[in-house]
Design a protein around this ligand. Sequence first.
Ligand code: DQQ
Length: 592
Amino acid sequence: MAKVHRSNIGLSLLLSLFLCNFIIRLEASHQDLNQPYRTGYHFQPPSNWMNDPNGPMIYKGIYHLFYQYNPYGAVWDVRIVWGHSTSLDLINWTPQPPAFNPSQPSDINGCWSGSVTILPNGKPVILYTGIDKNKSQVQNIAVPVNISDPYLREWSKSSRNPLMAPNGVNGINPDRFRDPTTAWLGRDGEWRVIIGSSTEDRRGLAVLYKSRDFFNWTQSTKPLHYEDLTGMWECPDFFPVAITGSNGVETSSFGENNDIKHVLKVSLIETLHDYYTIGSYDRENDVYVPDLGFVQNGSAPRLDYGKFYASKTFYDDVKKRRILWGWVNESSPAKDDIKKGWSGLQSFPRKIWLEESGKQLLQWPIEEIETLRGRQVNWHNKVLKVGTKLQVHGITAAQADVEVSFKVKELEKADVIEPSWTDPEKICSQDNLSVKSGLGPFGLMVLASSGMEEYTSVYFRIFKSNDTNKNTKYLVLMCSDQSRSSLNDENDKRTFGAFVAIDPSHQTLSLRTLIDHSIVESYGGGGRVCITSRVYPTLAIGENAKLFAFNKGTQSVDVLSLSAWSLKSALINDESMSPFIECEDSHSLIQS
Ligand code: DQQ
C-alpha cells in the first residue's frame, strides 16, 4: 500500500513538473507576442531589473557574467543582489542562482558592484561593495564554495568582512566609496585595487588599497589618480593594453620593454557616461599619469557615445583578448518598464584594444557573433545618388548584423564646419536642413516602418575643418538619431553623436550596426566610435521592420560593400531553464 502511495506521489510530481514547465513555456511564448522589445542576442535576465555588469571572467573554460539584479521588480532597488549566468561561448547563457544576496551586517542593505580577480593559484575571488547596517559603503570578499564546480554556483562571504571601510583619509565619505576593480599584483608581492570615490568638493578619486593576503588591506596615502570637479567616480576600470596588435593583456602583467600602456576608465555619475584616458602606470610611486592631451573628466573620449554605463572589462586568457561589457539602460518611462516586467540590457560583448596611433581604443563585437549569422545579403559598388533610399531586402531587419563601407569621391565639395559647431551631439540634434555639410547625411535607416512613420538613422556627415592647424583636413561626424524611432513620445528620443577620428581621403568610412528589436549598437570607423541607442518602435516591429541605406546629402556616395545578415536568436536565460524561478504547484507538492 505504502509502495503504491509513493509511486502515486512520484507520478503526480512528474505530472506537476511537466505541467509547470509547460505553463512556463506557454507563458514565455505568450510573452514573446506581447514583448516586442525583448532582445534576440543581447544579454538580459528572464525578468526584472538589471544594471551594471559585475565580475565577468572565464573560469575552467566557462564564461561567467554577474550583474546587478533586482529580484523584486523592474526598477532599481537598494537591496540589489548579484545575478549570475554562465556560457560556453559568450552568446548562449544559462541562468544560475544569484551568487549572493544581502545577508551579513556588512552588506545587509545591498550587494553593489565589484569585480573578480583570478589569484595565481587559479582561484577566483570577488571583491564587491556592501551597504552595511549603518548604510555605509564598505568592501567585502566572497569566494567560491567549491572550486571544482566550473559553474561556481555557490559563493561564501568571509566572516572577516568588511575588508575596507571609509576611514576619512582623502576626505572619503561613507556614501561615496564603492565598486572595487579587478586587483593586480605588484613586483613586491602586494595586491593593489582601486575603489571609486569623490570628496565633498567634487574631486573624483581612484582610492588605492594594498594587501599581501587579499584580506588585510591598507589604504595608500595617495590615490592612484584623481581629477577635480568631476564628481563621484563609479565603477572604475584599470587595465593594461598592448602598444601593438589587438591581443589583450592580463591585468597584473608588466609587459616587456615598455610594450604596454594603461587605460583608466571611470563612470561619471554627473553625466552617466563612461570616459577613458590612456596613460602610464608609474609602478614606483603607484600613480597613473594620463598621456598628454588626456584629462580624466568629461572632455576625455567615451567608450560609447549613446546609452552605455558602468562598464567593465576582463581578460580572456583562452582567446588572448580583453572583453568589454556595459550596461545599456532603457529609454522608456519606469511605468512602461514595470508593465513589460523588465529593464536593462548588456551591450553585446566587445573586444577592446589600443589603436596603432596609441591615441584611442578600438572596439569590435566578439567574433562569436558569426555563429548566429543566417541569411546574408551582399551589395558591391552601389551608388547612393543624391536623395536616394535603397531597401536591403531578404534579411530579418529587426534582428540583424550589418556592415557597410562608403566611399566619398568629391571630398572637396564638403562644406566648412561652422566655428560654433564644436559639440557633435548638438550638431546631430539639429534639424537636417539647418546643418550644411554637402557630404551627408548618408548611412543606414534601421527599424523602419513601411510608411516611414518610424525609423532610427545612423549616419555620417563630412565637413571641412575650419582649423588649418589641425592634422586632418576633414571632420567626420557620426550620429544616431532616435527622434523618429517611435510614435510613442514618452520615450527618451535624444540624438547621439561623436566625431570619428579618421581621414576620409585615405581611410574607408565604415559602419557596423547590430540591430536587436529595441537596441541599435553601432561601430563607426572600424570601432573608433561606438553609439548605442534604445528604441521602442510601435509599427516597425518583428517582420514589419525594414532596413535601408540612404543618402540625403547633395553629393552622391558609393557603397563599396554592404553585407547584412539575419541573426538567429541566442538562448539567453530562458525562463524555462531558470533554476531560481519556482513553480508553486510542484513546490507545494514536494513539501506536502
Ligand atoms: N550601480 C551600483 C553601484 C554603482 C552603480 C549599484 C553604477 O555599485 O556605483 O547598483 O551604476
